[in-house]
Design a protein around this ligand. Structure first.
Ligand code: SF4
Ligand code: FE
Length: 516
């Protein structure tokens, strides 16, 4: 079975061994039944549901590079720039449908990054990781797995390297090497969709030095492996989902879908040899991180644009309920929101269209443009959210609760005094305001705003990459050649010689891995 439907996905999670999940101070008996988990699972299930949908099947599926079968695009090794573009379009679609994080992209980005890195490692070091990883990739697409890409270590003292930490477990590491595998210990933070996953793909979090071999570990293991503990991340206003019924549905803003983040603790977990894809090759840790980060920075040019579409729709709707849809400044603000949102989409499409084939055979994004994309994502959704709050008005945060709406003593009063434009529904106005609150301050704001800031790396991480990839030395050649020469011939000659000089490989480049 190469593709599951939404129900088969839910059933497949229920078949896992019981996960050890703590939430609100309690060990959950049935994690999948908890309202936080259930709603987050609804978002992931959409990635299965729309793959079966006649209208969206083409975008949501791809032809496997390994078998030629039709598979879910979330399990696909990109085979062209068109595949990269379709990935972003698919992410926008899903972001529109759930208005939050649908959690599946991390595994897709990890799949493509590890596929390329293992190929390069084998070529340079003569290791045998790639064939092993191909088997994993095949199993991923054949089983239609959700794979949690586990990269971000908890990091302890940010001013110190992994090996300099007082507590050596601040970066996940190998604590024991056995003949048949390794034992790992540590914790991964902000694990998107971890509890909704079938498998976990562990990767190092940063470049490593030669003496940091224990931290250079990439491996896969089932989400229900012995020794893994999950501690569920609380999100703003999530308790509003706990009441059940109409009142809490109203207050939640959007009670159907949610995102999911967890702290994932690996307490001496055994990983068998055939699931290890890097073990001590420190010189490739940085390559893997850069590849993964660029793929995931591309992803944000899709999913956050879809969330932005919901924000724009909410702005236009609340303007109607408020009776100001025709005001010129409101129309202009909505134009501005669209301009900002489409700018992000343009970045997502551009870094995909400008992608190229890697030596491993799968396609990679234009890393500079992907980092520019994500850098914009750290800013523009905040401006879109500001405009949305501006249009919504202060009632968004002073609304009485759904219980007051349902209370016969206050219902009539609220119906009368919360009314908006003639001919519009007061109830719909109230629910739209709650959606806006949720998107800009509540549970969905985790996905739309904070994740836009810190997901796929905080803003400074993109600036480091932009500075590394921007070829400023070449730009200096253009400027100097124009400033210092007086004819077409001499300018051209100066550019040619100048570029040759700055592009000449430096000695240190010999150590740079193939795909860097
Ligand atoms: Fe996908 Fe966006 Fe969620 Fe990352 S933040 S997993 S790209 S939906
Ligand atoms: Fe993310």
């Amino acid at each position: 079975m190469a593709m599951m439907n939404a129900q088969q996905y839910r059933d497949s999670l229920a078949r896992r061994k019981p996960l050890k999940v703590y939430l609100d101070g309690k060990l959950l008996d049935d994690p999948l039944a908890h309202p936080y988990v259930r709603t987050s699972m609804n978002s992931v299930a959409l990635t299965y549901e729309l793959a079966q949908d006649a209208e969206h099947r083409q975008l949501m599926t791809a032809r496997s590079a390994l078998t030629g079968e039709t598979i879910n695009r979330f399990c696909h090794l990109h085979q062209s720039t068109e595949d990269l573009i379709n990935k972003v379009r698919m992410q926008r679609l899903l972001g529109q449908r759930c208005g939050t994080c649908f959690q599946r992209c991390v595994g897709l980005d990890a799949l493509n990054a590890v596929f390329a890195t293992t190929f390069d490692m084998d070529r340079r070091l003569g290791t045998g990781y790639h064939a092993r990883f191909r088997k994993f990739a095949l199993a991923m697409e054949q089983n239609d797995w959700i794979v949690d890409g586990a990269m971000t270590d908890v990091k302890g003292d940010r001013g110190k390297r992994p090996s300099e930490q007082q507590d050596q477990d601040m970066y996940l590491r190998v604590v024991e090497r056995r003949r048949d595998g390794v034992v790992i210990r540590g914790a991964k933070a902000h694990q998107t969709g971890a509890i909704n996953s079938h498998m976990v793909l562990v990767m190092p979090t940063a470049s490593l030095k030669p003496d940091e071999k224990d931290y250079a570990i990439t491996c896969a293991l089932p989400a229900d492996a012995d020794g893994i503990t999950y501690v569920y991340g609380r999100q703003s206003c999530d308790e509003r989902k706990l009441g059940g019924g109409e009142a809490s549905d109203m207050d939640a803003g959007s009670s159907t879908y949610g995102g999911q983040e967890a702290l994932m603790i690996f307490d001496d977990v055994f990983v068998p040899e055939d699931m290890i894809f890097m073990n001590g090759e420190t010189e490739f840790a940085g390559t893997l991180v850069d590849l993964f980060a660029s793929y995931h920075r591309q992803s944000y040019g899709g999913c956050k644009v879809g969330n932005g579409d919901v924000a724009i729709g909410a702005a236009a709707s609340i303007a109607e309920y408020n009776g100001v849809a025709k005001a010129s400044h409101i129309k202009d603000k909505i134009v501005e929101m669209n301009h900002l949102n489409e700018t992000l989409f343009a970045c997502g499409i551009a870094c995909s269209a400008n992608g190229a084939k890697l030596p491993a055979g799968n396609f990679f994004v234009d890393a500079l443009l992907a980092n520019v994309c994500k850098q914009n994502v750290t800013r523009l959704p905040y401006e879109i959210a500001r405009l949305l709050q501006d249009i919504a008005g202060g009632l968004m945060v002073t609304l009485p609760s759904g219980k007051d709406w349902l209370n016969p003593a206050t219902r009539e009063l609220l119906q009368k005094y919360l009314a908006g434009a003639a001919g519009t529904s007061t109830y719909e106005r109230v629910r739209m305001l709650r959606l806006i609150e949720n998107l800009t301050m509540g549970r969905a704001a985790v996905a739309y705003l904070t994740e836009s800031m810190h997901g796929a790396g905080s803003p400074q991480a993109q600036r480091v990459l932009i500075s590394r990839l921007a070829k400023v030395e070449e730009k200096k050649v253009y400027a100097k050649s124009l400033a210092l020469n007086n004819s077409v011939e001499t300018v051209e000659a100066a550019i040619r010689t100048g570029l040759q000089k700055v592009r000449a490989p430096k000695k240190a480049d010999a150590a740079v891995p193939v795909t860097a």
